[in-house]
Design a protein around this ligand. Sequence first.
Ligand code: PLP
Length: 378
Amino acid sequence: MSTGVKRTRTMNVPELALTRQYVEIAEEAEQAFAQVLSTQRFASGPRVAELEERLASYCQTRFAVGVASGTDALLVALLTLGVGPGDEVITSPFTFFATAGAIHRVGARPVFVDIRADTFNLNPELVPAAVTERTRALLPVHLYGQVADMDPLLALARGRDLPVIEDAAQAVGATYRGRRAGSFGRAACLSFYPTKNLGAYGEAGMLLTSEGAVADRARLLRNHGMTQQYLHHCVGFNSRMDELQAAILLVKLRHLEVWNGARRERAATYAKLLAGVPEVVPPAVDPRCEHIFHQYVIRAPRRDALLAHLRGHGVGARVFYPFPLHLQPCFAGLGYREGDFPEAERAAREVLALPLYPELQTEEQEYVVETLAEFYQG
Ligand SMILES: *Cc1c(COP(=O)(O)O)cnc(C)c1O
């Protein structure tokens, strides 16, 4: 034992435990899959249409357009709003790569703005200074399941006539001033990657919007710009949503509120337990937000050594994300340097996600925090 503290037990607390969720819904899931198999209709069928309707209603938008991934939803959102070569899009340097990757993919330039120290989301106070004549959109990310500070961002966007696109990939069901993530911008993207709060059994994503014209154009783009059979109005691509994914997502959507509630309860349990470990900073919840804890992320001194200690004792902790996007090798051409975004860089050094899912047991949480406390005592 490296710490010299006598351990009373060891446990394995995995980072993810999708099989625990699966046993709970196995019957419903298998039935839903069997129904699709019996119809042999796999692309853009009635289940995709039903899921679009239900998610639009759940997320408080008028329309939803199913696509093949969250990354595609971002691409389609940018394209439908006319973002392209020569344009700049303001976003966070502290997010999953796809946010900035999609901006680059449509030929535009990601312009990064530093994050707030408390919520890890875009700092709206720093955004005005980054707006130029070439700015074509604002793309805030609702990181870890908490909506970004939308009021000042929306006010700025209105004043400058800029569209807002929300990256709500980690925040399906989260709210800000009682409204759902995805309902604030002109378009928003959801991801159903299997590890997300609402995860498919493969890849899928969705674009949300309340503008009919944006929804229509997104529907064209996802299916090669086809308006009627083999008549192509514009050049799109294939990003159709799969019926099997829609079928399982319809099943899971029925449980989402309960699961998000269970995540919040477990986050509250961690907060209580972590009060006994003054070295770490638990996640801050903006009082205007209902956080859905896609990840439960603390700040921790000597983070990398702590991570090794936790992993060494069976705790599936992980760093989201160790490298801020302005310092990624593929973006070297953008000309950013270390020191440009001190809060994003500090977050990349300090953050650590602890295991959190609706099926996590209190005993497991106690073990995680004991193991963490032992590191700092040792
Ligand atoms: C997961 C994720 C995406 C991309 O979604 P995929 O479905 O994996 O393509 C985009 N942005 C954020 C913040 C994400 O977490």
